[in-house]
Design a protein around this ligand. Sequence first.
Ligand SMILES: [Zn+2]
Length: 275
Amino acid sequence: MRVSENIYNMHIDDGAPSHPGGSNNFFVGDPKKEMVLIDTGDYQREWTKSILDYYTDLGSPRIIGILITHGHSDHIGGLDRLQEKFKCPVFCHPELSGKLKMLLGDQEAVKNLSHFQKLSVADIELQVLFTPGHEIDHVCYYLKSDSVMFTGDSVLGASSTSVRHLSSYLSSLKLIASYPHETVCPAHGPVVPPPRGSGLVEWQLNHRLKREEQILDVLRKGFSTASTITSEIYPRDLSDNLRFTAQRNVETHLEKLVEDDVLSQEESVYYFTGS
Ligand SMILES: [Zn+2]
């Protein structure tokens, strides 16, 4: 599907429960000149084949680079096959380059990105934004000409993402919200077009900030463990799987509040610092 003048999306319903709304691999640029590919899907051969079939449908353009959003397996699974096919450099966060060099067995092919770097493809420019939070090696790409933010797994199209480090995640959302865009191209879930696309990142940011307020309220009422806080905030009838994710989410907030010195922790009990 063509998303905008310079963006083509190979959408795949990969069926992973953690990817509601399927997954996306984006070809960016001009199929008649040159393009880059953002992410390479998971290990399954069918996924790689879908990317290659889509590439053939585009007219087998020259691929001048593969850009990686982060090192989770559903983003680098098909990398070795696709890099072998395209014979192009692979660009990633410096934290990820060692792993990719091992994976490809090729020191030269992997290039470190830098924060705010601009990459030219055909007549357009993609801006690199380091956006740790979901993972430390996460990168978003901004395409000003098409008013599009490629959010990787930082902001998804149909669900909220998992967060490893909440403070960095919130700073990253603030950063990407500050680059004006109308469309969000996430790695999972549907592409979010205007008008909702322009407010989605900020919505996610506010959603997380509200959750923090909610957790503080529940702590003030005397609930003091991740488990009791989760039961108080989320519906009681959550499936075990969702409950696990919900509690993990609460724990991420509690860890941040301890880092911020708002809370102190003794084993599984949290209390307001100084109280
Ligand atoms: Zn992912």
